[in-house]
Design a protein around this ligand. Structure first.
Ligand code: AHG
Ligand code: MN
Ligand code: MN
Length: 340
């Protein structure tokens, strides 16, 4: 028996209720989220028909600041999110994985008090394979004077100060997972009415889990500590049950599965090549937002040296970091392998 529509809470209603909890709230944040959600719906529609439109699959002839081939859907998603959000009147500046420099508010548009750093399309290598991909975003309050054009420093704030963080996973359904301060909630897009409906209230990451996610192909590049940890969780010594390896290659999808089922995700740095000496994942718009969601859902998020992700002070827009995130007990077990 499906719930009566009056029993379902839409994302719009959820955001209004969250706003009412803050007496000093002006409604700016709620409005900002509504513009972000609109852009997410447009991208979701395009993702869902990507296979049917030859002009949206495949690669462009460009490489982005990351030195990676830009997929057509990367470019499309970047355009939708940056065009919509820089003109909504609630941002002072934006940062995007697909754009080297900060993205200013176009002349003639109102300058707001928030910033957004975004990974418009996460998991690009999976687009043409019809595997789950996503979008990741991080919201901060500006630190530079109100009304002036935003600057890079407005974006370079540590993860613990995020006003909000979230991701959209374009999977078997389109889900938005959101933290607007305290706790984590999940919303599933009902395509029949175009609304995100609260389907996963108060999401909690299981305290332990039987899944580990890491690109084992990089084994020879790992530090001895990471190798020892991975060997340990795969071992059947002493009659132990080895953990299962699940690796999709889209951070959003690997993270989302571990959030629901419990487990650990690792992207260590390369110790024997110059490819990813500091790790591959980007702090501002992949790792910090996921770390806030993980902690707010009862999990943990650290670097391979054991530093708390949310305490890292960003110095560059596209800076990379190592990332170990997941169930509290699994991350604590990992930390026992890190040289004190
Ligand atoms: P993006 O598509 O935004 O560049 O992100 C890809 C990232 C992340 O989604 C995933 O966890 C990781 O790259 C996978 O990297 P490998 O293919 O090196 O394992
Ligand atoms: Mn990404
Ligand atoms: Mn991306």
């Amino acid at each position: 028996m499906s719930a009566h529509p009056t029993q379902l809470m839409s994302l719009s209603q959820y955001l209004i209720e969250e706003q009412l909890k803050l007496p000093q709230a002006t409604g700016d944040f709620t409005a900002l989220m509504s513009h972000l959600v609109y852009a997410a719906k447009v991208v979701s529609r395009e993702v869902r028909k990507a296979g049917l439109l030859e002009n949206i699959l495949g690669a462009t002839d460009q490489t982005n600041v990351q030195g990676e081939t830009v997929m057509k859907l990367d470019e499309y998603a970047d355009k939708i999110f940056t065009h919509t959000l820089t003109r909504c009147g609630h941002l002072c500046v934006m940062g995007s994985e697909e754009q080297e420099e900060i993205i200013p508010i176009p002349t003639g548009y109102k300058i707001g008090k928030y910033t957004i750093a975004i990974d418009p399309l996460d998991g690009s290598s999976n687009i043409d394979a019809n595997v789950s991909i996503g979008t990741i975003f991080s919201v901060h309050l500006r630190t530079s004077p109100q009304g002036t054009p935003g600057v890079k420093e407005d974006l370079l704030q540590k993860g613990s100060k995020q006003r909000a963080a979230g991701y959209i996973v374009y999977g078997s359904s389109t889900m938005l997972v959101l933290c607007v301060g305290k706790g984590v909630s999940g919303f599933t897009l009902d395509p029949s009415c175009g609304e995100f409906i609260l389907s996963h209230p108060e999401m909690k990451m299981p305290e332990s889990g039987g899944i580990y996610s890491i690109n084992e192909g990089n084994y020879d590049y790992w530090s001895d500590e990471v190798k020892n940890y991975i060997r340990n969780i795969k071992s059947i010594e002493g009659g132990r049950k080895p953990q299962s390896l699940r690796y999709i290659g889209s951070l959003v999808a690997d993270f989302h599965r571990n959030l629901l089922k419990g487990g650990i995700f690792l992207y260590p740095n390369d110790t024997k090549s110059s490819k990813y000496p500091k790790g591959k994942l980007r702090l501002l718009y992949e790792v910090a937002p996921m770390a806030l969601i993980a902690e707010q859902a009862g999990g943990m998020a650290v670097t391979v040296e054991g530093k708390r992700i949310l305490d890292l002070e960003p110095e560059e827009l596209h800076e990379r970091t190592t990332f170990v995130v997941g169930s509290k007990k699994e991350v604590e077990h990992f930390l026992t392998f890190i040289k004190k």
